[in-house]
Write a protein that binds this ligand. Structure first.
Ligand code: SAM
Length: 218
């Protein structure tokens, strides 16, 4: 039986035909990603938010050269792959069920001289966070990862763990429901959040969040 993770209206427009693979062009390279909507669930297709995030990264507003980045809920890995091609040292993560697919896409699309700058690793939000350096990343990237209300507390704990006051969190989101707005306001308790980009054609917003400075104890 086909896995239908949620509401058909949420299907990314790029993959409504259950494409077997899709081609993209970012960072002056062709990227071919295997996709498997029927068998792989939400992690196995490229969502519009990922495409918009890559477009945003390509614009050059964010410095990626020699910076450390971690991608959460990477799915097919497009964002992490593009970040690596643009010069970042990237840890690409998702739940264990997504990793096989993700590893194959990374292997296929990262040239051998950059393979050392990319690793694929399991990160289920809120779990075993001690495996990842606290505040240890310059950038935390997430495309279309704000959609399941029950994951919001764990996702917030994860963002909090990975970020220092010098980390920029970039989230590409399609705001579908009120709960998505609620997530952003929960994020605003610990982070200063601002919208930095909007793609009206795909209806995807990019938010930048930086941890608020904690007041020194008196
Ligand atoms: C809508 S897909 C987006 C995939 C990809 N970022 C993109 O935009 O193409 C959501 C992703 O979040 C991941 N995800 C969902 N719940 C998660 C959790 N609790 N911990 C880690 N990843 C999770 C899914 O496996 C999936 O890859």
């Amino acid at each position: 039986m086909a896995l239908v993770p949620y509401d058909e209206n949420l299907l990314p427009s790029l993959v409504k035909l259950h494409a077997a693979s899709s081609d993209f062009r970012f960072a002056e390279r062709s990227i071919r990603l295997a996709q498997d909507w029927r068998g792989g669930g939400v992690a196995a297709v490229v969502w519009d938010a990922a495409v918009v995030m890559c477009m945003y990264l390509e614009l050059g507003h964010v410095n990626l050269k020699n910076r450390t980045a971690i991608e959460l809920g990477a799915g097919t890995g497009l964002v992490g792959i593009v970040a690596a091609l643009l010069g970042a040292d990237v840890t690409i993560t998702d739940r264990s069920l997504a990793l096989k697919f993700l590893e194959a896409n990374v292997k296929e699309n990262i040239p051998s001289d950059l393979q050392g700058a990319v690793r694929v690793s399991e990160l289920t939000w809120g779990e075993s966070l001690e495996r990842y350096a606290s505040g240890g990343y310059d950038l935390v990237l997430g495309a279309d990862i704000v959609y399941l209300e029950e994951t919001f507390p764990a996702l917030l704990r994860t963002l909090d763990h990975l970020s220092s006051e010098n980390t920029e969190v970039l989230l590409a989101c399609r705001i579908r429901y009120e709960r998505d707005e609620r997530f952003l306001s929960m994020l605003g308790n610990r982070f200063s959040v601002q919208e930095v980009y909007y793609d009206s054609e795909r209806d995807v917003h990019i938010y930048s969040a930086v941890k608020k400075k904690t007041k020194p104890e008196l």
